[in-house]
Every structure is written in C-alpha cells, then in structure tokens.
Design a protein. Sequence first.
Length: 256
Amino acid sequence: MLPRVSIVIPVYNGEQTLNACLKSIINVSYPQELIEIIVVDNASTDRTSAIATSFSSVRYIYEANQGRAFARNTGWRHANHSLIAFIDCDVILEKQWIRFMVKLFLSPKIAAAQGKIDLIPLQNKSSIFDRFRKFHKLISTSGSLIETTHFSPYFPILNTASCLYRKEVLEELGGFDPLFLRCEDTDLSLRASRMGYMVGFNEMALSYAQWDKGGFLSYFLREIENARFSILLKRKFYQEKNTLFQNLLQTIRWNK
C-alpha cells in the first residue's frame, strides 16, 4: 500500500518558478489522492499568491516573512500525512520522484532521504563567471552531496531543495531552527544524525532546480551570508562530529 505524502513548498516572490514547480507535482506518477500540497507564502509581493491559489489541490498559507526555516515549520506542522517532502519553489520533480523516494522508507530505520538534483538554467549564460557559478551551484545542491561528503564532519547533509522526512522525526527534533536563515537544512540533518537516525539516498529520484540567481553582487552577498551561518554550524557541531565509519553506516543507498 502506497503511503500518503505531504509536500511543503516555502516561497517568497516565486512567480517565475512556482507554476512549473506545482505542475510537476501534479504530473507525478503517484496517486494525487495520496498527495497533499502545502504552499507557505512568506509575504510575497509579486503574483505568488495568485499562482498558488489557481491550483485547486493546493493548500495556501500566508504568513509574515520570517525566513525559510519558519515557513517550513509552518508547513509540516499543518501537514496531515506521516511523510513530509520539502520542495523549493524553483524545483521541478521528475514523474517518478515520489515513488523512488518512498521506497527508501520501506525500512523503518530510515528517518529521511534525498534523491539527485540537477540544474535547469532559466537563461542561457555562458560567461566564465556564469559557468563557475553553475558548477558551484551544482556541487552545493546536488543530491550526490550526500555521498561525496563521507569524509566531512558535517555528513550526512540533506538538501531541502527536495527531500523527504518522517513527520515523527521532525516532531522529535523540533523541526528547523529559525535562527538559521541559511544552512537550516544542514542543521536539521546534523541533529538527526547525532540522534542516531539513518538517512537514505536514491539517485533514481531526480529533480531539477531552475537556476537564475542574478549577477556577481547578489552571488557575493549570498555567499557571505552562507559563510556566516556555516561558521555557526561549525561552532555548534565541532565537538560532536561523526567518525568516517559512523558516517558510512548511517547512509543507505538505493539505486533501483
């Protein structure tokens, strides 16, 4: 019997990408009656509200702009189902994404899971800087990060661009820490890891991030912000880092 899944999409001024994101969810090869879609709007000032409410299957929640962590917490706490998918508003799901993801949860030991994320550029950009940014974005976003960071003290890391958690695990962990305006997904997955939960990875579960993040200045400012919260993470978890052997044990890979 297929499990029911709630999909939480936090959004702020997402008119460029939200429509494609919601259409991809509606078109997945998974029974729509088993899917709940929740859009949490962080006080957008564009057409986000009109786009979200144009889909009859979407539960639309409007709140003050308090950050992605707060929005995701609002979403999963309003969810009715035991599996919670977090999808960014600029992400497009392949048709089989949910089916491949829920397979991992056949094991009761799995608390959370992720697939592989690729990029779709919204504009054709070919400068050296744009190529560098795309490479950097792919490395930082890709679901394969869960494999390539075995040697990192911050493994395992799940990217909430597209991932799946058990609701009971979110309840036990208290959800996302709203103090982290960035790296909130890293913080959550590290806390889950420290409590002994196992995570899964299925590279067949594909999703695509629609990539268009502006010029050098916006990139530079965003990286400064990322660096600031990365430092907070290091301070928080430095004394608790896993060994390589523990990291390997805490990952289940499923490629079928």
